[in-house]
Design a protein around this ligand. Structure first.
Ligand code: RFL
Ligand code: PHB
Length: 393
């Protein structure tokens, strides 16, 4: 097999890249370890920055999102049993975010990619990267568990293979630096068949800890509570989860959280991680393969799409005009945005969680940060601008 760009992974980074390259007339193949049903069924992110929504439309992927997505021009921050509305629209010249689940984005990306004649090989095993420091890189893989080894020859390899994929590992350890922060708390997330309780997302920091109220559809809600990342989900009965959510989300004015049947629950750890550089020879890594953020800033998927937008433009300059400059600067260009995403996600995470390892002094500082957003237009504007998506450099 031969293509121009061999992509490992069919998550948001890998699939957006395939579409962007297709638009630029560049051929690509995605190799994906999981089945199509798995990729389309995993519940993860929910919030798209304003420019990602616009990009979906540009790529002809926006129709279902326009119908089924939810458009939010504000968020609520809550502490001290009081809720404060951050008017993102007014603070950012009318910009807003879209609440449209990642797996729905992926369904749209996959159906259109296949419709455009693109190739996604699902369920591959043993993906191995070869020769990225030569002129002829390739990927070897098995089409199914017992299949023969096949080789995909290409000009460039992209590791869009998430945090645990082989992409980052193919940058020699002596040539990369990894920066990491692991938080002492995790998120317990639920999907519940319940009516909408509030018209926008609520990020709450109450004495009991953090909680987030999000949504999926008018009768399906997504909620998270801070928990011990090492805790066993079996320790969390439905009653205990509702108790924690009520305690953290309710205000002093009689507002009540609406309960429903819990359809799915799970615990995720929270970490910040960056790998520098994001390229080596003819290998480029993008998305979670190169960086992880805690989900409190809703930035992970958006940073993944930003990376591949930069990469697609650089590859286009190379193929069209034999101009290598943007490709050489790929890592540097991406990392400037990545570190701002890391900063914002860290800021939202530390400000909104209860951290037993912190001193009372630090805890007071976090409440001062929250009150600053309430009382200072400059502070609110900074939060709003980061939340809807920073402008591109
Ligand atoms: P993905 O989605 O992990 O996709 C990588 C794909 O590569 C495949 N793969 C391989 N394929 C072939 N061969 C191999 N050897 C392979 N190894 C791996 C994997 O099977 C997979 O399909 O990475 P990508 O594309 O970089 O996308 C990143 C996003 O998925 C991630 O950042 C977000 O989900 C993070 N995130 C959020 N991001 C947002 O922008 N807004 C949010 O509101 C938001 N909320 C969240 C989140 C992540 C969460 N979890 C579960 C960590 C909420 C949660 C709870
Ligand atoms: C979600 O709806 O899953 C969601 C929303 C906002 C976040 C994280 C996750 O910051």
């Amino acid at each position: 097999m031969r293509t121009q760009v061999g992509i490992i992974g069919a998550g948001p980074a890998g699939l957006f890249l395939a579409h962007l390259l297709h638009r630029a007339g560049i051929a690509a193949v995605n190799l994906e370890a999981r089945s199509r049903a798995d990729v389309e069924g995993t519940v993860r992110a929910g919030v798209l920055e304003h420019w990602v929504t616009a990009l979906m439309h540009e790529l002809g992927l926006g129709e279902r999102m326009a119908r089924e997505g939810h458009f939010h021009d504000g968020i609520s921050l809550q502490w001290d049993r009081r809720r404060h509305h951050v008017d993102i629209g007014a603070l950012t010249d009318g910009k807003r975010v879209t609440v449209y689940p990642q797996h729905e984005v992926l369904k749209d990306l996959i159906v259109k990619r296949l419709g455009d004649g693109g190739e996604i090989v699902f369920g591959v095993g043993g993906t191995t990267i070869h020769g990225v420091d030569t002129g002829q890189p390739s990927l070897s893989f098995r089409r199914d568990r017992d299949g023969n080894q096949e080789v995909l020859h290409c000009d460039y390899v992209v590791g869009a293979d998430g945090f645990h994929g082989p992409g980052r590992q193919a940058i020699p350890p002596s040539l990369r630096t990894e920066y990491q922060k692991v938080y002492p708390f995790g998120w317990l997330g639920i999907l519940t068949k319940a009516p909408l309780s509030w018209h926008e997302l609520i990020y709450a920091n109450q004495d009991e800890g953090f909680a987030l109220l999000s949504t999926r559809s008018p009768d399906m809600q997504r909620m998270y509570v801070q928990c011990d990342p090492a805790d066993d989900i079996a320790n969390w009965s439905d009653a205990r989860i509702w108790h924690a959510l009520h305690a953290r989300l309710e205000t002093g004015d009689g507002w009540r959280l609406q309960e429903g049947e819990i359809l799915q629950k799970g615990i995720i750890p929270l970490r910040s991680f960056v790998c520098e550089p994001m390229q080596h020879g003819r290998l480029f890594i993008a998305g979670d393969a190169a960086h992880i953020v805690p989900p409190t800033g809703a930035k992970g998927l958006n940073l993944a799409v930003a990376d591949v937008l930069v990469l697609s433009r650089a590859l286009e300059a190379k193929y069209r005009r034999n101009d290598q400059a943007a490709l050489d600067r790929y890592s540097e260009t991406c990392l400037r945005r990545v570190w701002k995403g890391e900063r914002f996600s860290w800021y939202m995470t530390t400000m909104l969680h209860r951290n037993e390892a912190e001193t009372d002094f630090e805890r007071r500082i976090h409440f001062a940060d929250l009150d600053l957003v309430r009382t200072s237009r400059a502070a609110a504007m900074s939060l709003a601008e980061n939340y809807v998506g920073l402008p591109f450099d």
